[in-house]
Design a protein. Structure first.
Length: 142
């Protein structure tokens, strides 16, 4: 199950990503928001982050205007490794090296064509399980 959430700045892109997840038959849970009416991104960052932490969702996707505010919020929560990615190389590297559990993007930064490729890369790249990466991830939490 993939948790997805956004603010008003990410709403349009979230709809495109949901369309893509449905096409690919990827199960998802939409944590809002539900329109382009102005809302506060921390609310949605916390909903998705908590769903990842409690195991309801295996990974999360968060979108605001830039991806910055929503990723900063998610990364304040212990156990969350939220990666702001606007290219496929970063999405692949953050899964392999950081075992990132949430992908963040900016709906005002990236178009839907690239965004779905970033999502696809993020969801389909496994963590490397290399000892050095495990060690560094453990150090984040210390
Ligand atoms: C909302 O206008 C905007 O500030 C928000 O979507 C995001 O970009 C914050 O980092």
């Amino acid at each position: 199950m993939i948790g997805i959430g956004c603010d008003h700045g990410g709403y349009a892109l979230k709809q495109e990503i949901i369309k893509y997840l449905e096409e690919k038959k990827v199960p998802y849970k939409d944590f809002g928001c539900d329109s382009e009416q102005s809302v506060d991104y921390p609310v949605y960052a916390k909903k998705v982050a908590n769903a990842v932490l409690d195991g309801t969702c295996e990974k999360g996707i968060l979108i605001c205007g830039t991806g910055i505010g929503i990723s900063i919020t998610a990364n304040k929560i212990k156990g969350i490794r939220c990666a702001l990615c606007h290219d496929c190389f970063s999405a692949q590297a953050t899964r392999e090296h950081n075992d990132a559990n949430i992908l963040a993007m900016g709906g005002r930064i990236v178009g839907p064509g690239l965004a779905v490729k970033i999502v696809d890369t993020f969801l389909n790249t496994a963590f490397s399980n290399d000892e050095r990466h495990i060690r560094r991830i453990n150090m984040i939490e210390e």
